[in-house]
Design a protein around this ligand. Structure first.
Ligand code: ADP
Length: 250
């Protein structure tokens, strides 16, 4: 059955229906996504987990409009993004989606503040001063705003990336292994912040991780195996996530 915009629950921030993504052709073709249908609630922190090669990054890239699908649809809010052209997709990513990458992806020549505000400036939007101050304060970046990324620790750089992702109040924040390059203490700070942004600021966060300890910060864990949905855990703990992964043969 094909879905229409009106089918989507208003509490649902992102929906994937029957997503198929194939890399390559013929004998060497890989079905990275093999019919994935999943919804992500607004105001919830969801972790996507699964064995290496199970399709986690592909799913995230397709959900965020960073990659195209072969079939199926993705909706962010009321917008079916799989129908959009390049220009509209670029605008949607800029205005309604926040990204946090494993490698921070900050511009080295800009200060922390410049990095945080760049997206808004490119969009010709003025930052909400109160919101900016709140985010910066919660992330403990007040006295680091004039520093360049090279003058900041890894944990501080990732906190700048978190501020950049949240400053435009996006519909959804996608985080791709956000703690992959951090020591455990800095990683825990970033995960605490992501959880807090959901609980107290109402943000929606979808995070790809291979770390059960990181996934335990989420409200829900969606498991993938061989490009298919392989499990769905509510209120995960590191133990329940490990058990589910073990069950998948990881
Ligand atoms: P995960 O993030 O869970 O490790 P990926 O989404 O990166 O998994 O990959 C899923 C499958 O798709 C893997 O078999 C991978 O080798 C393949 N794949 C991913 N990206 C490409 C690509 N650009 N070209 C060819 N195969 C790819």
């Amino acid at each position: 059955m094909s879905a229409t915009v009106s089918d989507v629950d208003t509490r649902t921030a992102v929906v994937a229906r029957e997503l198929v993504k194939v890399y390559g052709k013929g004998d060497t073709a890989v079905r990275a996504l093999d019919g994935v249908s999943v919804g992500f609630n607004a105001g919830e922190f969801t972790a996507i987990m699964g064995p290496s090669g199970s399709g986690k990054s592909t799913l995230m890239h397709c959900l965020a409009g960073l990659d195209t699908v072969d079939s199926g649809i993705v909706q962010i809010g009321q917008t079916e993004i799989t129908q959009l052209g390049d220009k509209e997709l670029t605008r949607l990513r800029r205005d309604r989606v926040g990204f946090i990458f494993q490698s921070f992806n900050l511009l080295p020549t800009l200060s922390a503040e410049g990095n945080i505000l760049l997206g808004l400036e490119l969009a010709g939007r003025k930052p909400d001063k109160e919101w900016f101050d709140r985010i910066v304060s919660v992330l403990g970046l007040k006295d680091r705003l004039k520093h360049k990324p090279s003058e900041l620790s890894g944990g501080q750089q990732q906190r700048v990336a978190c501020a950049r992702a949240l400053v435009a109040s996006p519909d959804v924040v996608f985080a791709d292994e956000p703690t992959g390059n951090l020591d455990s203490r800095s990683g825990a700070e970033v995960l605490d912040f992501l959880r807090m942004s959901v609980k107290e600021l109402g943000q929606t966060v979808i995070m790809v991780t291979h770390d059960p300890l990181a996934a335990a910060y989420a409200d829900r864990v969606v498991l993938l195996a061989d490009g298919r949905l392989a499990g769905d855990l509510a209120d995960p703990t590191a133990e329940s996530v490990l058990a589910a992964l073990t069950h998948l043969g990881v």
